[in-house]
Design a protein around this ligand. Structure first.
Ligand code: TMP
Length: 217
């Protein structure tokens, strides 16, 4: 029987270098012969990518927080069913750019939605599916926002005020502390080589964890 793949998520506020570090991690894991699928949220499926567009575009109406939350979970339900679960079941590792921790950080921390409402949706949509490991790229909000602004046109989330992002960051750090077994926090304000040095360590830990899972089959 094939051992289930590992489910790894990468999280962080704006401008923390998720894309660069995600592809670095992907290359490292692939170079060790690991079969890996890289995906993202919101998005990851055709329906999910359409919903992503609706969620990120700047609109001439205020988007209700509950509508935003439910669209995130609608995209997630489709993503899990059509891509994440089939990959994990086939022994493929899934490396996902954001997952439900982003909902706790942005919709609960940022927008003020009750955590219990999100936990209820989490169970409803995901069943028992949770990431095996979550990498949190953490940087002071001012650093991340300055980097994001340099990228050009800002989406609906990137246009939020600094306070919103302070709450997002604080929520991520609280989750990392309370679920410390699953989280690896990486200081993303360091030079890239230092960040990637830390990612290499995580990479060996993950391979070791995979080895244990394999030998238990
Ligand atoms: P990004 O993945 O390119 O950073 O953009 C996705 C945006 O969506 C980002 O600003 C965070 C936001 N987001 C939420 O607010 N809740 C979620 O559950 C997810 C997955 C993303």
């Amino acid at each position: 029987m094939t051992a289930r793949g590992l489910f790894i998520t990468m999280e962080g506020g704006e401008g923390v270098g998720k894309s660069t570090n995600l592809s670095f991690l992907e290359q490292q894991l692939k170079s060790h012969g690991i079969d890996i699928m890289v995906t993202r949220e919101p998005g990851g499926s055709r329906l999910g990518e359409d919903l992503r567009h609706l969620l990120l575009e700047v609109r001439d109406e205020t988007v209700d927080s509950m509508a935003e939350l439910l669209l995130m979970f609608a995209a997630r339900a489709q993503h899990i069913k059509t891509r994440i679960e089939p990959a994990l079941a086939a022994g493929v590792w899934v490396l996902c750019d954001r997952f439900t921790d982003a909902t706790f950080a942005y919709q609960c921390g940022g927008r003020g939605i009750d955590r219990n409402a999100v936990s209820t949706l989490e169970t409803l949509v995901q069943g028992r599916l949770r990431p095996d490991c979550t990498l949190l790229l953490d940087a002071p909000v001012a650093v991340g926002m300055a980097r994001a602004k340099n990228r050009g046109v800002l989406d609906r989330f990137e246009q939020e005020e600094r306070d919103f992002y302070e709450r997002v960051r604080a929520t991520y750090l609280e989750m990392a502390e309370s679920s410390s077994g699953r989280y690896r926090v990486i200081d993303a304000s360091q030079p890239l080589e230092r960040v990637q040095h830390q990612l290499l360590k995580v990479c060996s830990e993950l391979r070791a964890c995979w080895g244990v899972r394999h030998s238990a089959q």
